[in-house]
Design a protein around this ligand. Structure first.
Ligand SMILES: NC(=O)c1ccc[n+]([C@@H]2O[C@H](COP(=O)([O-])OP(=O)(O)OC[C@H]3O[C@@H](n4cnc5c(N)ncnc54)[C@H](OP(=O)(O)O)[C@@H]3O)[C@@H](O)[C@H]2O)c1
Length: 278
């Protein structure tokens, strides 16, 4: 495994498992168990995914020691007025007595009250790292300027067509680790994996286009959490730690950026309106 050192000094795996839309209880439990067998140690979930209890069952069944795991959840913005209690409930559902990382899921609603709750959980040692998700640089810098604990992580959509270089620059400036989501664009843009430049690189390194994509993002210092519930894909997505893209090939892939996130646009007022109905 490759790791990134967070601003707390804690080492976080750079590759883990995403679980959004993994909502079938048995399928989710089995996918997590299979991932742990393959070697995944970081599991990403969220209160809104409705699967913390299924993941908890897998964590109970695995023989991987708790201290080797890195469990991440996110507080839904409807819980921002009661974030502390909601995290305690998440811990219960996951069957753990501490969490490795808890994020504010979106910068909507009473984010400041929620952040103070996370700071309290952090000081009490119940949560080892606290962070945010879907924060654009302006919101991130604002949070840092007017609070005590600097987020350890900001989880934002990051993939070949939305590489988020401007966001990355601001995160780097304040020591906030960049965690990406939707590395495969949630399956909404599979044509990207037929891009001739990408398929040529895949052939060159003896890997698939998706493996080259994950490798590119990991080498760009973006933590990866591809989601799958299929054993073969879990293996494919994990098998990206045994090769290195050359500087030239990294530059070539950087050229595919269109700076166009598909999902994570919290600065869009229409998105904020829609989110109020989520
Ligand atoms: N913070 C946020 O707001 C936020 C938002 C979205 C996601 N996330 C997190 O980030 C994780 C990853 O993002 P995502 O799940 O939205 O999208 P993603 O990882 O880009 O794509 C997942 C889709 O790709 C398919 N897939 C996975 N591996 C594949 C492979 N090797 N070949 C072909 N298809 C493959 C999966 O299908 P199968 O499962 O059927 O294999 C699934 O349909 C989430 O699961 C979640 O934990 C966070």
């Amino acid at each position: 495994m490759e790791y990134i050192k967070l601003n707390t000094g804690i080492m976080m795996p750079k590759l883990g498992l995403g679980t959004y839309k993994s909502t079938d209880p048995e399928e989710c439990e089995n996918a997590v168990l299979e991932a742990l067998r393959i070697g995944y140690r970081l599991i990403d979930t969220a209160q809104i995914y409705g699967n913390e209890a299924f993941i908890g069952k897998a964590l109970k069944r695995t023989d991987v020691p708790r201290e080797d795991l890195f469990i991440v959840t996110k507080v839904w913005f409807r819980n921002f007025g009661k974030a502390y209690e909601s995290v305690i409930r998440s811990m219960k559902d996951l069957g753990v007595d501490y969490l490795d990382l808890v994020l504010l899921h979106w910068p909507f609603g009473d984010t400041y009250a929620a952040w103070r709750d996370l700071e309290k959980l952090f000081r009490e040692g119940l949560v080892r790292n606290i962070g945010v998700s879907n924060y654009e640089p302006d919101r991130l810098v604002d949070l840092i300027m007017y609070n005590e604990v600097v987020p350890a992580v900001n989880q934002i959509e990051t993939n070949l067509v939305a590489q988020r270089k401007e966001s990355h620059k601001w995160m780097e400036k304040y020591g906030v680790a960049h965690m990406g989501y939707a590395p495969f664009c949630q399956g909404r843009m599979d044509q990207i994996f037929d891009d001739p430049a990408l398929t040529a690189l895949a052939a060159k390194y003896g890997k698939t286009a998706r493996q080259v994509t994950l490798r590119f993002l990991i080498q760009s210092d973006v933590i990866q959490i591809p989601k799958s519930v299929h054993a073969e894909r879990l293996k494919e997505n994990f098998n990206v730690l045994d090769f290195t893209l050359s500087e030239e090939d990294m530059a070539l892939l950087a050229g595919l950026d269109r700076e166009s996130p598909l999902i994570g646009r919290p600065e869009d007022p229409e998105k904020v309106e829609r989110a109020s109905k989520w």
